[in-house]
Design a protein around this ligand. Structure first.
Ligand SMILES: C[S@@+](CC[C@H](N)C(=O)[O-])C[C@H]1O[C@@H](n2cnc3c(N)ncnc32)[C@H](O)[C@@H]1O
Length: 343
């Protein structure tokens, strides 16, 4: 199959709305929790928050419910997903949110946002760089954007499974039922713990077929090393960049390069989690931030991670950890040469 378009992506999500085509009872609180560990007790009153590619809305609705005085907007290209999101908002009586059908690749909203979140979306876009630039243009002068991406080291096996499925399905990609059948014959299934076991939707409300279609049948997937994800911000209207946290099948950990976050101590990755040997810990501590991050990803092989960026000195209003992790945009290097390319 030569080229893949946004229409192919919409066709897939219309058939398999993510994360669930049915309005279950539970919401996901993982983004709400992430913000608790970024903004502490700040209740985000009157802040404007955009979820770009909100899907069927379980995550952004969990976020909106936790922060009732913030004003939320969810956008997505797939109408079928937005219909579920609207129903879910009604059934949970969540009123501080509106949903709109919009394309991130041609985004031109009238308002700007204090926070933009986008989980599992930009790495699926036909032009991720343009999508990222469009999102950053919608930040207020003190705005912060927070993205979740796949990481190629932890996702190696899953991405090989996806490649095998796409290879076998190649001649007939428009036929989604055929792709689903091959996926089932190959017994490809995303493990529930693939990205750690944080507060996700209740098991009974998860739709395994939608989750598997997203993981294995998607026509467009990118996975980024930390330096690649940070370098993508070079052409964007932001001033600083930081890696915030990693997911592995065992856990979700917050990155705290300076080891300063007392509040979230239990959740942070500690230098002693990386190396037992004191000499190696000293060597690691002597590295630049970029090389510390490189060591972290090589040792932990994440399946996913959160990367943030923001305007001006907006990092100062976030957990202290972020200032320690942060690189001014002009100090973000070009991605280093790979010894082994896996993406
Ligand atoms: C993997 S789902 C993520 C949903 C949600 N963010 C979550 O984490 O549960 C990706 C979503 O991005 C949406 N999407 C894909 N391309 C898009 C585009 N160009 N503009 C807006 N939304 C898009 C899809 O319709 C889909 O709902």
């Amino acid at each position: 199959m030569s080229s893949v378009s946004t229409e192919d992506v919409v066709a897939m999500y219309s058939q398999y709305p993510y994360p669930s085509p049915t309005v279950g009872k539970s919401l996901s609180y993982d983004i709400a929790n992430l913000f608790y560990f970024l903004c502490g007790k700040d209740d985000l009153n009157y802040k404007k928050v955009l979820d770009a590619g909100c899907g069927t809305g379980q995550r952004v609705l969990g976020f909106a419910k936790r922060y009732p005085k913030a004003e939320f907007q969810g956008i997505d290209l797939t109408q079928a997903s937005l219909e579920v999101a609207n129903q879910l908002a009604r059934s949970h009586r969540i009123h501080n949110i509106t949903f709109k059908q919009r394309n991130i690749l041609s985004l031109d909203l009238k308002e700007k946002f204090n926070f933009i979140v986008s989980t599992g979306v930009v790495h699926h876009l036909a032009d991720p760089q343009r999508g990222l630039e469009n999102l950053c243009r919608h930040l207020t002068n003190d705005g912060v954007i927070c993205l979740w991406y796949y990481h190629p080291l932890g996702e190696f096996d899953r991405l090989l499974g996806r490649e095998l499925l796409l290879t076998l399905w190649d001649a007939d990609r428009a036929n989604l039922s055929k792709g689903q059948r091959i996926m089932e014959q190959l017994q490809l299934r995303l493990l529930p713990e693939q990205y750690g076991t944080t507060a996700t939707q209740k098991e009974r409300d998860r739709n395994q077929l939608s989750i598997d279609a997203d993981a294995f049948m998607h026509p467009i997937v990118n996975a980024y090393r930390f330096d690649e994800a940070m370098a993508m911000f070079k052409t964007c209207e932001v001033d600083w960049v930081a890696v915030n946290g990693i997911n592995t099948p065992q856990s979700m950990k917050l990155v705290d390069l300076m080891q300063v976050d007392e509040q979230a101590r239990e959740l942070c990755l500690w230098d002693s989690d990386l190396f037992e040997d004191e000499g190696l810990i000293d060597l690691y501590r002597s590295l630049s931030k970029v090389n510390q991050l490189r060591a972290i990803e090589l040792l932990t092989k994440p399946t996913g991670f959160t990367v943030m960026a923001g305007r001006r000195d907006s990092y100062q209003k976030l957990a202290r950890r972020i200032e320690g992790n942060m690189l001014p945009k002009e100090e973000v290097p070009e991605p280093y040469p790979r010894l082994l390319r896996v993406d």
